[in-house]
Design a protein around this ligand. Structure first.
Ligand SMILES: *Cc1c(COP(=O)(O)O)cnc(C)c1O
Length: 462
């Protein structure tokens, strides 16, 4: 299996190389050259299997020869052993025809653990085999950073630096990043928004001198291996509702477009998905783009669903690549226009996107109201991101097709908003109850590329 860049000008890589490098050298994102197919029979055979076995069968064709079957199965087993639920991704019913996929039973209580725990195992295995060391730098709106730190802390072959927007993550998110004591973990609080963190990260990847000197590796949602790990729970949940013999739809609380793009890959592999619904908060660039064709960035307005406070949605580039008939130079041109504020999607490409995705936007008031309503009438305490998904799903769903909404974080990760809406302050699961007592360790940094690069060089030299 070979991986190509969405901008068409970077070297073609293997799975392992694409995973270890993250962003392509032409600024694009890696995608598989072809999409492996699963027949109806292959999908039916997933019925009743443990999550780990589904994961193996769904991901194996994408991985290539770098990992043997035995090693790959073992890494999957280790990745999910620390989850607090035997099913890993349990499905609960909210209402007739509406189901919630709980993706928050991992070690940091958000769906990011599904990909990050696996990628930690894959990195360690690949780097140890190659006798190499890398510097992982990640930008986070809160959940990616904690999941990355949890997955990479204490590993010999990596240093992990996480940039988060100072003062704009929840206390639980911050503490999950600042309390691990392992010396290869570096939490950096940047003066700026998440988009600033993401922009400085891209700058570092485009500074090839720095990139090569520190052996920079990226584990943001642009890393293909992360998207791949997320394809698995679309299969496991759809199969438990009768796939491939019954269609299902999915609603996905979306920011960087990684999680919903994984659903699109599942559909392309042969999983019968009817609709893929994008749910955004008030930072609604994706909803506006799918509605009007205008992909125009505006200011970020901090919300009670901070993991979706995003105006430049990195993985959307992968969706555009397919919508433009895999024309890398067309995508490159759009991304150049984006630097000056935005672009207009062509009629043909917009139609192609609308054939795959529906969308809805949820205000702050509606989010709070949905948390209260779900608690009162569905018996489910939702985090604000998940509530946005449930609200859009309730508004748009076709009663004839089962809808699965992805619950992307545990309510205890956002206790203030949940309490404000429902009057209930959700407690942390017992395994992390002492989070508020552990000492914190963090470095505050300016929104400045040179200062950041200097700091990273100094830290890894030690
Ligand atoms: C990251 C995150 C999202 C958005 O996921 P994307 O892959 O960026 O679209 C939604 N909810 C929560 C809780 C998250 O951590």
């Amino acid at each position: 299996m070979r991986y190509i860049s969405t901008r068409g000008k970077a070297p073609v890589l293997s799975f392992e190389e694409a995973m270890l490098s993250g962003l392509a050298r032409d600024g694009g994102l890696y995608v598989p050259e072809t999409i492996p197919q699963m027949s109806a029979e292959d999908i039916r055979a997933l019925h009743g299997l443990p999550y780990e076995d589904v994961a193996f069968r769904v991901m194996r064709p994408f991985i290539g020869n770098g990992f043997t079957d035995e090693v790959f199965a073992d890494l999957i087993a280790k990745a999910y052993a620390g989850f607090g639920h035997g099913a890993r991704a349990p499905l609960v019913q909210l209402a007739p025809g509406h189901f919630l996929l709980e993706l928050f039973h991992g070690p940091t209580l958000a769906f990011k653990d599904f990909a990050m725990q696996l990628i930690g195992q894959l990195f360690e295995e690949a780097l140890t085999r190659r006798g190499e060391r890398v510097t992982i730098v990640g930008a986070t709106s809160g959940d990616t950073g904690s999941a990355a730190i949890e997955a990479f802390k204490g590993l010999d072959a990596v240093d992990v630096f996480i940039l988060y927007p100072h003062g704009r993550v929840s206390e639980v998110q911050r503490r999950q990043m600042t309390t691990p004591s392992e010396s290869n973990v570096h939490a950096l609080a940047l003066d700026g928004h998440f988009d600033d963190c993401q922009a400085r990260l891209k700058d570092m990847f485009n500074d090839f001198t720095f990139r090569d000197a520190v052996r920079l590796a990226g584990v943001n949602s642009i890393n293909w291996a992360r998207v791949l790990a997320q394809v698995v729970y679309y299969f496991s949940s759809a199969v438990s509702l009768g796939a491939p013999d019954r269609k299902v739809s999915f609603t996905v609380p979306t920011g960087n477009f990684g999680d919903i793009f994984a659903g699109y890959i599942a559909k392309r592999m042969g999983l019968p998905i009817d609709r893929l619904v994008v749910a955004t908060n008030q930072n609604d660039i994706l909803h506006r783009c799918l509605s009007s064709g205008d992909y125009a960035t505006s200011e970020v307005h901090p919300s009670i669903s901070p993991s979706m406070d995003i105006q430049v949605s990195s993985n959307f580039e992968r969706a555009l690549f397919d919508a433009y008939g895999r024309d890398g130079s067309a995508v490159g041109q759009l991304m150049d226009e984006l630097k000056s504020g935005g672009f207009k999607v062509s009629q043909g490409a917009l139609q192609a996107l609308r054939d795959q995705y529906d969308s809805g936007r949820v205000s702050e008031e509606e989010t709070l109201a949905m948390i209260a309503e779900a608690n009162a009438t569905m018996g489910e305490l939702l985090c604000p991101h998940s509530a946005i998904g449930v609200k859009v799903a309730e508004d748009l769903r076709d009663p004839a097709v089962p809808m699965i909404t992805l619950a992307t974080a545990h309510p205890a990760k956002f206790p203030d908003a949940v309490e404000q809406a429902s009057g209930i302050r959700p407690p942390l699961p017992p395994r992390m109850a002492d989070l508020y007592d552990r000492p914190e360790r963090v470095t505050q940094v300016a929104n400045d590329l040179t200062a950041l690069e200097t700091l990273i060089r100094e830290r890894i030299a030690k």
